[in-house]
Design a protein around this ligand. Structure first.
Ligand SMILES: *[C@@H]1O[C@H](CO)[C@@H](O)[C@H](O)[C@H]1NC(C)=O
Ligand SMILES: *[C@@H]1O[C@H](CO)[C@@H](O)[C@H](O)[C@H]1NC(C)=O
Ligand SMILES: *[C@@H]1O[C@H](CO)[C@@H](O)[C@H](O)[C@H]1NC(C)=O
Ligand SMILES: *[C@@H]1O[C@H](CO)[C@@H](O)[C@H](O)[C@H]1NC(C)=O
Ligand SMILES: *[C@@H]1O[C@H](CO)[C@@H](O)[C@H](O)[C@H]1NC(C)=O
Ligand SMILES: *[C@@H]1O[C@H](CO)[C@@H](O)[C@H](O)[C@H]1NC(C)=O
Ligand SMILES: *[C@@H]1O[C@H](CO)[C@@H](O)[C@H](O)[C@H]1NC(C)=O
Ligand SMILES: *[C@@H]1O[C@H](CO)[C@@H](O)[C@H](O)[C@H]1NC(C)=O
Ligand SMILES: [Fe+2]
Length: 601
């Protein structure tokens, strides 16, 4: 019944590119390990001679080059001898990380396979619970988010996912916007108390558009290409779904007024599209953006520079350049995991990643600063319409963002003691200028105190909270849970309403297990409460030992704040309405003790 999966490839892969040993040795000689402290380059006019430091940077700039993108056409991929050896070292390091979890996952698969076989497969929706009941003991010891398996038919699960597990696809419509499609006035009034245009006029209407997925290469399995309206209820302020359009076949428009089966299927079809969006957005907006900023920094800053040390810590170097190699080796390659589970191919994943990156939606740096990104989509400090009553992503991520910003402020103020010190730091200036040849999209073109605080804050925030929201443990815990989030449909979207049985549309038992295995590969249960938990972001004794004491103090404060926030998240339960943060499930993803502090697979 079950085919075996090729995740062991993940480990066995020998990815080797050549590297001239002399360069590595030259750099090792000047390694920052031997330093007593990181320094911004001293002024030559003060009698300092920076030539050794400058020649070390030159070696990096000469041998760590920008090459063509891989895994989609996004940011440059390292080339040159040092670029190559960095990729090798990072991939080797990343491979040791997966060793921890894989055998455990295999053991879990054996257990779930026999459970589902004993039950005779999946014959009705409730049978999907077999996939979870006492399952995934090793790979998902904390289980799925409480509530998702019991409450997924509740509309608030569906709508509030737009404000938590993938907060990057929804936007508030401006009263002057043109509506993509109409919803019958009688139906809209029955559901919301007012018409679609009434909602639009009051700034209460929200929209998600996944129609672009219609052009993606299909695996032969099925999908709709949904766009959808959400709204803030005029009376109770709840954020709820109003309508989903399929944009395929007879282009049905579903609403909560449809039969329970029809509406549930519509929400599942939307989830398929939104899951796809979230994953390639994750690759483009977090990995690809941080990679190129890091590349530009590495070519411009000495390894003795405190900014370089901080960037290295935030992305865990060596490791940063391992992920895209994993992606092309086992994930988006022909016959890889995406081909096996999704409605669209691995090649299509490359297309979506490229589009999201190049359009700027994911690829732009400054316009995606935490608050600016939310503000540009009318989700935060909107100048029109009602405030969003419950916004779990904003609630949790803002605490982390504020604490990161506070560390970065101390860091910048302790190293740059006067406004002129930014100009005098030739390496810092070189990094900003390097954004041009690196083709970093929307990077600052000059740097002062606030600019540097903002760059560093966003860099650390994207690698931690933004990444964890979209990926890692959340996939298996919530974003990809079945049956509500199928990676593929197994029958074409219906041509007319009145579907009585959803099972033919949903992943059968073996495909369901394959989907959950794939999600499990991204989980990192061993990182929970560990030295790579988000709370430990700056807690690196070696790094802090070479920085000034103000930074060490700020790191200690950060840890204290994050441990306090972890308690807040861990203590969450349902209120008397069965809600947590306004949602019928308990969202744990941004617990700073559960999320790692850096990008993972
Ligand atoms: C700086 O040091 C290098 C190597 O130690 C030396 O070759 C160079 O002449 C020095 N430059 C100045 C301006 O002192
Ligand atoms: C990648 O995108 C850039 C920018 O749009 C374009 O100039 C280049 O030709 C593309 N490369 C490939 C291989 O498609
Ligand atoms: C780096 O690796 C690429 C791909 O394997 C190879 O084509 C290239 O020659 C290597 N460059 C150097 C300088 O080693
Ligand atoms: C609105 O709801 C009422 C009461 O349930 C129902 O009779 C009517 O058909 C609905 N109108 C539309 C346009 O669906
Ligand atoms: C959002 O609005 C509040 C209240 O007007 C204001 O204090 C705050 O600075 C704004 N935040 C941002 C990031 O613009
Ligand atoms: C599941 O089983 C079907 C029928 O035996 C087979 O065609 C399909 O490839 C299997 N899918 C997976 C993901 O193993
Ligand atoms: C975390 O601890 C492990 C084992 O104790 C160690 O190998 C690893 O380097 C540490 N990682 C970090 C980022 O401190
Ligand atoms: C969600 O599920 C939990 C049980 O898992 C239940 O206690 C809670 O009341 C449910 N919430 C709603 C809104 O149904
Ligand atoms: Fe990732």
């Amino acid at each position: 019944m079950l085919t075996s999966f090729s995740w062991s490839l993940y480990l066995g892969l020998a990815f080797e590119v050549s590297c001239a040993p002399s360069v590595t040795q030259a750099l090792r000689r000047q390694s920052a390990n031997d330093l007593t402290s990181y320094t911004i380059p001293p002024l030559e006019s003060s009698g300092s001679n920076n030539s050794v430091r400058a020649s070390a940077i030159q070696i990096k700039a000469d041998t760590f080059l920008y090459g063509p993108s891989i895994a989609g056409n996004t940011s440059f991929w390292p080339a040159g001898s040092l670029g190559n050896s960095t990729i090798n070292a990072d991939f080797a390091d990343l491979s040791t990380d997966t060793l921890i979890d894989e055998p455990k996952l295999e053991a879990d698969v054996a257990v779930v396979t026999s459970a589902i076989q004993a039950a005779g497969g999946i014959k009705q929706l409730s049978d999907y619970n077999i996939l979870y009941k006492d399952q995934w003991k090793n790979s998902l010891p904390g289980g799925v988010d409480v509530g998702v398996l019991t409450n997924y038919t509740n509309d608030l699960v569906f709508s509030m996912e737009r404000l938590s597990v993938n907060p990057y696809s929804v936007k508030r419509l401006n009263p002057s916007d043109t509506l993509a499609f109409q919803v019958d006035n009688g139906i809209a009034t029955n559901i919301t108390g007012t018409t679609l245009s009434g909602l639009l006029k009051s700034g209460s209407l929200f929209y998600v558009d996944h129609r672009d997925q219609a052009s993606l290469e299909s695996t032969g399995r099925f999908a709709a290409y949904c766009d959808a309206y959400f709204y803030i209820h005029p009376r109770n302020g709840d954020f709820l779904p109003l309508a989903i359009r399929t944009n395929t076949g007879s282009n049905l428009i579903y609403t909560p007024a449809d039969t329970a089966n029809d509406w549930l299927l519509a929400k599942m079809m939307f989830n398929l599209n939104d899951f796809w969006h979230s994953q390639w957005y994750h690759l483009a907006a977090t990995h690809n953006v941080l990679e190129i900023i890091w590349e530009a920094a590495y070519r411009s800053l000495s390894d003795e520079h405190p900014v370089m040390a901080l960037l290295k810590r935030c992305v865990v170097s060596p490791r940063l350049f391992g992920y895209r190699i994993s992606a092309i080796s086992v994930l988006i390659n022909k016959g890889g995991f995406i081909d096996q589970s999704f409605a669209f191919t691995g090649a299509a994943a490359g297309v979506s990643t490229s589009n999201l990156y190049q359009s700027g939606e994911a690829g732009n740096f400054q316009s995606n600063y935490f608050y600016r990104n939310l503000q540009s989509r009318g989700l935060y400090n909107s100048t029109f319409g009602p405030k969003i009553k419950c916004f779990p992503f904003l609630e949790d991520a803002s605490v982390i963002h504020t604490s990161i910003q506070s560390v970065m402020t101390t860091f910048v103020d302790s190293y740059y003691t006067s406004p002129s010190s930014f100009e005098q730091d030739q390496e810092l200036q070189a990094w900003i200028a390097e954004a041009k040849p690196a083709e970093i999209m929307d990077f600052p073109t000059s740097v002062d105190r606030q600019t540097l605080i903002d760059i560093l804050t966003q860099f650390a925030y994207v690698g931690s909270a933004a990444h964890q929201t979209l990926n890692t443990n959340d996939l298996a815990e919530m974003k990809g849970t079945l049956p509500f989030h199928p990676a593929s449909l197994y029958q074409a979207p219906p041509e007319k309403k009145g579907v009585t049985d959803l099972i033919p549309f949903l992943p059968p038992a073996n495909a369901s297990i394959a989907q959950l295995v794939l999600l499990g590969l991204f989980g990192r249960p061993t990182f929970v409460n560990s030295n790579v938990s988000l709370s430990q972001m700056f807690n690196d004794a070696t790094m802090l030992g070479k920085m000034n004491t103000k930074v060490a103090d700020a790191s200690a404060t950060f840890e204290k704040e994050m441990l306090a926030q972890s308690k807040v998240v861990a203590a969450r339960s349902f209120d008397q309405d069965g809600l947590s943060q306004g949602m019928p499930f308990i969202w744990r993803t941004l617990d700073p003790q559960r999320a790692p502090y850096y990008l993972t697979v």
